[in-house]
Design a protein around this ligand. Structure first.
Ligand SMILES: Nc1ncnc2c1ncn2[C@@H]1O[C@H](COP(=O)(O)OP(=O)(O)O)[C@@H](O)[C@H]1O
Ligand SMILES: [Mg+2]
Length: 238
């Protein structure tokens, strides 16, 4: 059985980078926030404000300069090696602006790819087909990415993010390359499938209409995060 979604807690997360001229700059400055299990959150903010950096830290693709990130009982920022690899493979699902599907694999084969990374709990083809069916792609299971539209490719990418049973979906401008109508349809499917799977969603978007469809919006600006506080944000900040 899948694990249920879990609370995500960011505590004073700071990320600094070193620029080409050798000077340090702070992208995220002591960010604290709590996202409840199965909550849907839109992340908005100007280009370069650190939205992708934030998702990468939460998903264990990058490590904060200081501060901690916890998902349920696990301190993501303390995981290393195999534990971190397992976390990335099974606990989080990423959807990016680019679909990153392999062109030589069919839709269902692309969805199954992340399951190859896990020795235990591997999902079978039937589950991948079911997931694609739920995303309206039941008739395109064996199509190759080159035969699919942009919206269909993003739906395959969404199924791939879910195939290992992740209950935390990190979506970085997944509708950025889609026209308005297709983008809105992908957001609808994302929110529907997240509700069905009781998954938490964090989605970066520049589209205010999309952001309004989420449980709440957080704005990233000048290193800080503002927005409607989460259930326990008051506590975290106190
Ligand atoms: N690995 C890195 N090394 C150096 N600078 C980085 C790195 N990743 C991101 N940055 C810088 O951090 C800032 C925030 O980037 P990013 O998180 O991609 O912003 P956003 O997704 O909001 O557009 C930018 O100035 C970017 O150039
Ligand atoms: Mg970005």
């Amino acid at each position: 059985m899948d694990e249920p979604a879990q609370e995500l807690v960011l505590h004073e997360v700071t990320r600094r980078f070193t620029g080409p001229d050798g000077t340090e700059f702070t992208v995220l400055d002591r960010i604290s926030s709590t996202v409840a299990a199965a909550e849907t959150v839109a992340i908005v903010g100007p280009s370069g404000s650190g939205k992708s950096t934030l998702l990468n830290l939460i998903g264990g693709l990058d490590t904060p300069t200081s501060g901690s990130i916890r998902l349920g009982a696990d301190e993501v920022t303390a995981l290393t090696g195999l534990e971190l690899a397992r976390f990335r493979a099974s606990r989080v699902g990423f959807v990016f602006q680019e679909h990153h599907l392999l062109p030589q694999l069919s839709a269902v084969e692309n969805v199954l790819l992340p399951s190859l990374a896990l020795s235990e709990g591997r999902r079978d083809e039937e589950w991948a087909r079911k997931l694609l069916g739920r995303l309206g792609l039941g008739g395109r299971l064996d199509a190759f990415p080159g035969q699919l539209s942009g919206g269909e490719r993003q739906r395959v990418a969404l199924a791939r993010a879910l195939v290992n049973g992740a209950k935390l979906l990190l979506c970085d401008e997944p509708t950025g390359n889609l026209d308005a109508e297709t983008g809105a349809a992908v957001v609808t499917l994302l929110l529907d499938v997240a509700r069905e799977e009781s998954a938490t969603v964090l989605m970066v978007t520049h589209n205010a209409a999309h952001a309004r469809r989420f449980g709440r919006s957080l704005q990233l600006r000048e290193g800080g995060l503002t927005g409607t506080p989460g259930v326990k944000d008051g506590e975290v900040r106190a």
